[in-house]
Design a protein around this ligand. Structure first.
Ligand code: ADP
Length: 484
């Protein structure tokens, strides 16, 4: 594919990250680049993106954007990150903020405006660079307007006539749904304001723009691609997704084993791997000391949870079963932030079970790595999970997951008691079933060390590399280009 592929994303690790999207955007473009595909990434220049790292430099000043009002401009910063050109759109009033999308009080009031601006800035930047791209690949609601803009630009502007578009849904629940008033600021023509376009029960839905107008829609696991066609998981968009079913693909995310590898993870106090797992115990002892847990836990299993403390991740299910888990004589370590009610509850439990439960509220990249390495069992009771990366990391770090039979969890964990099991799966998101599955895991850990070691070894041998996913994306790009 001679022409360039542009990724547009609101997060890209290591420059920005609030969850799995950042990880994926930090890995997939690099993996595509390694296959020879020419990829560039366009992302916001958040306040925390520092020019002192990664040789980021200002390359374009006062680029005219024109939306959500005219005249408006941005600056563009750029760096070469392992062969991938990274472009950062700078407009301080929109992106130089402490958080990406919301504070603890709620979403930023101008999120629609921020990402309308970002999408038009991406259009302006690509035009300024002067070479019509082969593909523009948008990710999640923040950049989902781009396929719609390009759909309409293709009809009038020869520059865009041969550009194909993809929209990848990393989480259907986050849709960028705003008042219809904001449609006027979007710069889309009135023709887009239909049930088959961006209108959604009288509101303006940015993710729906991507689903409706992209040449192909992908999501991040085969199971989730099927689930979102149903009313139960469709978040109100199952109708339009069924309408796009022939152009919908489920491509499993990969894990970036350059970043998540216990053999060389810079955040760990010591390293370990399949050849010698003994370092894992030392990582565990280190975390017990770091979090002030009862030293007796060195001989008992540590159960880890990392993730947004929201209903999706089932943190309420975890909170509900912690008192029962204490009877199993285990330790629980949790890292996350989100809903203040769930945060307060887990902090209460930490108070009640001092030395046995440690909850860290906040976002700490290095601690996430140390928790993976220290955990014997990883808890992922998500109500739905588009793909999930934390369970893939847990597998590699030798912590068999206990997870719901949802989306990507189902696609990445082989369920006990099968001979090739790598973890434990339960079917319904209820505290009773979750507790039952954790009991199975703890019981195997305690009663059958050989069998447990076998499961750990199988877990650590799983490999979700980006190579296969890359091939699948390239195939979708090819199909899209053939249809233009
Ligand atoms: P999602 O994309 O739904 O947030 P994933 O499992 O796909 O879930 O990815 C989550 C990513 O975010 C992982 O890299 C995980 O380690 C990281 N993460 C989540 N919460 C935290 C936190 N509180 N501190 C540090 N890293 C976190």
């Amino acid at each position: 594919m001679p022409q360039r592929i542009f990724f547009a994303t609101s997060e890209v690790y290591p420059f920005s990250k609030s969850g799995g999207l950042g990880d994926v955007m930090g890995a997939l473009p690099l993996a595509l680049h390694r296959t020879g595909a020419p990829v560039s990434v366009i992302s916001p220049f958040y306040g925390r993106v520092s020019t002192s790292n990664y040789h980021i430099r200002l390359t374009i000043s006062d680029l005219h954007v024109g939306h959500p009002w005219a005249p408006i401009t941005c600056d563009v910063y750029e760096t070469d990150y392992h062969g991938v050109s990274m472009y950062f759109i700078d407009r301080g009033e929109y992106f130089d903020r402490r958080f990406y999308y919301n504070t603890h009080k709620g979403d930023y009031f101008d999120n629609a405006e921020r990402f309308i601006f970002f999408c038009w800035a991406a259009v302006a930047l690509i035009e300024r660079l002067g070479e019509p791209p082969a593909i523009v690949h948008a990710h999640d609601w923040q950049t989902s307007l781009l396929p719609a803009y390009i759909h309409f630009l293709r009809q009038t502007n020869p520059f865009w006539a041969n550009t194909g578009t993809l929209c990848t849904v990393h989480n259907l629940a986050f849709q960028g749904r705003f008042s219809s008033r904001l449609f006027d600021a979007s710069g889309l023509p009135p023709a887009a304001w239909t049930m088959d376009g961006v209108e959604f029960y009288g509101d303006f839905n940015m993710l729906k723009a991507g689903i409706a107008y992209a040449d192909a829609v992908t999501t991040v696991s085969p199971s989730y691609a099927r689930e979102i066609l149903t009313e139960k998981y469709g978040c109100g968009l199952d109708g339009i997704l069924r309408h796009r079913e022939l152009d919908l693909y489920g491509i499993l995310n990969g894990a970036d084993y350059q970043v998540w590898n216990p053999e060389e993870d810079a955040f760990l106090p010591c390293h370990y791997g399949l050849d010698d797992v003994s370092g894992k115990q030392r990582c565990k002892e280190n975390l017990i000391a770091e979090l002030g847990l009862d030293p007796a836990l060195k001989e008992r299993p540590i159960l880890g949870f990392i993730g947004r403390m929201r209903g999706q991740k089932g943190v309420d299910l975890l909170n509900a079963i912690i008192p029962d888990l204490m009877e199993l004589d285990v330790g629980v370590v949790a890292l996350g932030e989100g809903n203040p009610v769930h945060e307060a509850r887990i902090l209460d439990l930490m108070e009640s079970y001092q030395g046995r439960v440690a909850a860290v509220i906040g976002y700490t990249e290095d601690l996430a790595h140390r928790m993976q390495a220290a955990s014997d069992i990883f808890l992922m009771p998500s109500r739905y999970e588009p793909c999930g990366l934390t369970q893939m990391y847990a597998l590699r770090y030798g912590a068999p997951p206990v997870a719901t039979a949802a989306g990507g969890l189902r696609d990445t964990i082989k369920a006990w008691p099968a001979d090739d099991a790598t973890g434990f799966i339960f079917t319904h998101s209820s505290p009773v079933e979750f507790l039952e599955a954790v009991r199975d895991a703890v019981s195997l850990w305690s009663s059958n060390p050989e069998s447990w070691k076998g499961m750990v070894r199988r877990a650590m041998s799983q490999s979700f590399t980006w190579d296969k996913s890359c091939r699948e994306y390239i195939e979708v790009y090819r199909k899209v280009r053939l249809r233009l």
